[in-house]
Design a protein around this ligand. Structure first.
Ligand code: DGL
Length: 289
């Protein structure tokens, strides 16, 4: 079974490409939407959240996990791989999206690329490092776009607000041959990004991530993809909102969204909590307070 992890809805766009490549594989998707966006958070917080998500997916029976989130892949992938695989357990693997994305940039033939991403992804410098490992002569210009993921989560990708935000961010990348969509939310903005930078090729790494995963399974036959085509979806935020927004990213209906919540530093299955309106009075004191 394959786990797919993202900070929220956006990774469903990666899952869509993975399912197109591996239609009979079984997937568990974990969207940490209750704590998204990750893009402005500290590296330490991202590491904590990522550990909890990875452990939940291993507990669900996943043996291979794709970290679809660019922010987590850029900041925490090496930590996660060292902490959980392969020395600690040779049957588990964690894969990210940054190397396939860098390979896509090089394959595109672009001599200059604009990386549009979250603030934390840009601050990590990981995309510059990965692209330059493959071709040090490609000019890489980064642009943090912190408004774009929340705009897409609101479902506002077709609005004037989205176009104005994209225009401002893209202004710095106008001279680039290509623009890498360095965040799982941005594929939904492809049309307006392309309109804002008509001379640039827009690079969405999802299909390359899926191609590399399929190839990885060919090279690692003892890892099982599952064979029923089943999909489960876990989310730490509001499952109703997740079920409403998710199909735009996945390109089809979602199964029943299963709520999870943090308890004592772990993400665990949760009963859906009705959100109270107005003032809340706690009737019992927490331990130690
Ligand atoms: N999913 C994140 C990524 O791909 C973006 C959204 C967020 O800030 O949480 O970088």
């Amino acid at each position: 079974m394959i786990g797919v992890y993202d900070s929220g809805f956006g990774g469903l766009s990666v899952l869509r490409a993975l399912r197109a490549r591996l239609p009979t594989a079984d997937f568990v998707y974990l969207g940490d939407s209750g704590r998204a966006p990750y893009g402005g958070r500290s590296p330490e917080t991202i590491l904590d959240f990522a550990e909890q998500a990875i452990e939940r997916l291993f507990d669900e029976g996943c043996t291979v996990i794709v970290v679809a989130c660019n922010t987590v892949s850029c900041v925490a992938l090496r930590h996660l791989q060292q902490r959980y695989t392969p020395e600690s357990d040779g049957r588990l693997r964690i894969l990210g999206v940054t190397i396939p994305a860098a390979e896509l940039v090089v394959a595109s033939g672009a001599r200059s690329v604009g990386v549009l991403a979250t603030a934390r992804t840009v601050a990590s410098g990981t995309y510059i490092a990965e692209i330059h490992k493959l071709d040090p002569n490609i000019r890489v210009v980064q642009r943090a776009a912190p408004l774009l993921a929340p705009i897409v989560e609101e479902g506002w990708e077709g609005t004037t607000i989205a176009r104005e935000a994209v225009d401002r961010y893209i202004a710095d990348l106008q001279e680039c041959d290509a623009i890498l969509l360095g965040c799982t939310h941005y594929p939904l903005l492809t049309d307006i990004i392309a309109a804002a930078a008509p001379a640039a090729r827009i690079l969405d790494p999802s299909a390359t991530v899926a191609e590399r995963l399929q190839d990885w399974f060919r090279r690692h036959p003892r890892f099982d993809t599952g064979n029923t085509g089943q999909l489960r979806v876990l989310c730490s935020g509001d499952p109703t909102a997740f079920a409403a927004h998710g199909p735009r990213f996945l390109g089809g209906p979602l199964p029943v969204v299963e709520p999870i919540a943090e308890l004592h530093g772990r993400l665990v299955p949760a009963v859906q909590v009705a959100h109270a309106a107005g003032q809340i009075v706690r009737t019992s004191h927490r331990m130690g307070r």
